[in-house]
Design a binder for this molecule. Structure first.
Ligand SMILES: [Zn+2]
Length: 421
């Protein structure tokens, strides 16, 4: 999922007819069986079969995928997973994931999918085949015994497999045009996985988003926050001697947040009196049509922006223009990681209707940053959605109509905008 081998392989895949890959199994027979099965589907692959009785034990220590630059090495010397038991369970889960993703995106693009274990923390997807981290095959308790952090436990237990399966659509069937779009396919695959997790375990989505936020804020050895490594569109160039894990942290961390911001903006824009929570209909319709349009093709960041603008809800038209340039300039092609503050709120009544005006401050942000920020009013224990406002630069004066009883405002209580911790 997130190492340099994968990136190299992604790049190689579109250019080389035959590839040599490694396949792992519990026994030599199992491996030959798997290899034969996969060869039926992907005849451009060549196999090198390496048999390891205890794949985890073969590794001296593996770093945590959610903290790749940190020294919290996971102990891999303990018990190796039993791939027969875990494999059967995983096959059932993968089948259910395919069904859900078909509903969300469209028909599964290949005739079969093979999952095979890969020792260590990384996973990697190919058309019709996935190398899945051996940690995915463990139970949560087994992972805890291996000193896997809470966020990594969610990653291995709930996100990694659906992430790799989603790549069958976005990554394997829709390709990136250049390294500038690596982030886009990773973010779509990762966010699709989170959207599948959300209805069952809403808290897990929050755990992942919070882990990504903390990683973006984490400091490199030189004391620089990783968010400074650059915008998502720099792709593999984000990793450097200054930011050794720059690619992973920005692509997966910031990339996932950008998709989350878009989805939440679209949902807020669909709120009506009849449907006060809003819906994901427009966002999911967009995702499906993006796949329809670009399957079998390469996608650019410009295509991505244009496709969103075609369905852009009116509340997201900054300065009355059907454009997402404001979002792409500051958030996609920029490194914004601001904080927000509301002050000087004045409650009044105009023609008998209560309203509030206040100053919205955007801190630690570029002067030209534009952000859509949801504002809520507090009544007792409830937070009522009042609307979204554009924060422009450091200070913006805002004004919103109010339901009765609101005496206090809060910004984005549901964490839908990427902010510094
Ligand atoms: Zn991926």
């Amino acid at each position: 999922m997130n190492n340099s081998t994968q990136i190299a392989s992604h790049l190689l895949r579109s250019r080389i007819g035959k590839l040599c890959v490694v396949i792992i199994g519990a026994s030599p027979n199992e491996m030959i069986e798997k290899a034969t099965e996969v060869l039926k589907e992907s005849n451009f692959l060549e196999f090198r079969l390496d048999y390891l009785a205890k794949p985890l034990a073969a590794l001296p220590g593996t770093q945590s995928p959610l903290s790749p630059d940190m020294s919290s090495a996971i102990n891999t010397g303990g018990s190796a997973p039993n791939p027969v038991v875990g494999g059967a369970q995983l096959a059932t889960q993968a089948a259910a994931t395919i069904t859900s993703l078909e509903k969300m995106i469209g028909p599964f693009p290949f005739s079969a999918l093979a999952l095979t274990q890969r020792p260590g923390t990384d996973s990697q997807g190919w058309p019709g085949m996935i190398f899945l981290s051996s940690y995915v095959y463990l139970t949560p308790a087994e992972r805890e015994a291996q000193h896997v952090s809470a966020a990594d436990n969610v990653l291995f237990g709930e996100v990694m497999m659906p992430h790799e399966v989603a790549h069958q659509w976005f990554g394997d069937r829709v390709s990136w045009a250049s390294y500038h779009e690596q982030w886009l396919l990773e973010a779509i695959a990762n966010y699709s996985a989170l959207m599948l997790v959300e209805p069952r375990h809403p808290v897990y989505e929050q755990v992942m988003l919070e882990a990504y936020r903390q990683l973006l804020a984490a400091k490199s050895k030189d004391g620089l926050a990783f968010v400074e490594a650059g915008p998502v569109t720099l792709g593999i160039r984000l990793s450097s001697s200054k930011f050794p894990a720059g690619y992973e942290i920005i692509t997966y961390g910031r990339g996932t947040w950008l998709l989350h911001m878009l989805r939440e903006m679209f949902r807020d824009a669909s709120r009506t009196a009849e449907n006060p929570e809003g819906s994901d209909q427009v966002f999911l319709g967009w995702l499906r049509s993006l796949y329809d349009r670009y399957q079998g093709k390469e996608i650019t960041n410009a295509d991505f922006e244009r496709s969103l603008e075609e369905v852009l809800p009116k509340p997201l038209w900054f300065e009355d223009r059907r454009s997402l340039d404001w979002f792409f300039d500051g958030w996609v092609n920029g490194t914004a990681f601001p904080r927000f503050e509301i002050k000087d709120a004045r409650f009044s009544t105009k023609s008998g209707k209560p309203l509030v005006s206040a100053t919205l401050r955007q801190l630690d942000a570029p002067d030209d940053l534009v952000t859509s920020v949801p504002v809520y009013g507090v009544v007792g224990d409830n937070k009522i959605y009042l609307g979204r406002v554009f924060a422009e630069g450091q200070e913006t004066r805002i004004s919103l109509p109010l339901p009765a009883g609101v005496k206090r405002l809060v910004l984005d209580p549901n964490q839908t905008v990427l902010t510094a911790p």
